[in-house]
Design a protein around this ligand. Sequence first.
Ligand code: SD4
Length: 323
Amino acid sequence: GSMIPVVINTWPFTNATQNAWNTIYFKKKSALDAVEKGCTTCEYEQCDGTVGYGGSPDENGETTLDAMIMDGMTMNVGAVAALRRVKSAISVARHVLEHTEHSMLVGDQATAFAISMGFKEETLETNASQEIWEQWKESSCQPNFWVNVKPDPTKFCGPYKPDTNIARKQGNNPKQRSVFSDKNHDTIGMVAIDAAGRIAAGTSTNGAKFKIAGRVGDSPIPGAGAYADGTVGAAAATGDGDVMMRFLPSYLAVEEMRRGSSPSYAGEVAIKRIVSYYPEFVGAIVVLKSDGNYGAACHGLPSFQFSVCNSQLGQVTVQTVEC
Ligand code: SD4
């Protein structure tokens, strides 16, 4: 079998991989179509509760979505961040890509754009997400672990008053930042090469649990959550996005391949750059080279699983890298 077409995504989200593979292989559609289809599958399935509606309520109990899709042939991007009340985040991102000259729309204005494009406005909250939020409110929101300031004791979160003592104590101390467990960060990031050799990448997530309203992670940011360059390859990341976005790991992995590195080594370089500043960092990256070779790297977990399909494998396969 040949090394292309190929689809790879973070985590064992095998239905996403399968649907992307069907799109790219059996329906002979583009890498962009495959990435959109794969991420849509996870949004619909609410993969691990961390993709799509009904997961990761913010500190007000609202679920918002981040998504991005990148065309490595045109170097064009469409993204939405903190998208409210629309379920199909990756498809809205695709509409930003296809139908606008912009690259990213945010919040309520992204919602308005989606509605103007015919998407349905509906709540992203579910009984399950409300329950997660209620529980957190009652038990552990004192103080909100995302905030380096003292909470108002009369309120469970915010308004926040800067407390320089706490800020100095915690600040950006990496030792204090292990707030993600491997249950709390399962963004889908997908990369693909179609039969014509076109490369695309994309992401979809509901971000981080109990985030401050308005928080945007790495996932919708080109170079951070994902990146694709049609002449080199693509990468997509998952993990603590507040840290990852400071390092553009997907961009770094692609650039490392441009210098001749293998996908696995390129992934290592990207992850190690983050770890050199944040030893407690939890996250992973999948990396794909234009020749169809692929790899992954991770940190802060015992191991990391990703899903892949090409015609050599013949079926969707979950593979594991040690971290
Ligand atoms: C974020 N990177 O919003 C995302 C979360 C994630 O797997 O990766 N979940 O920070």
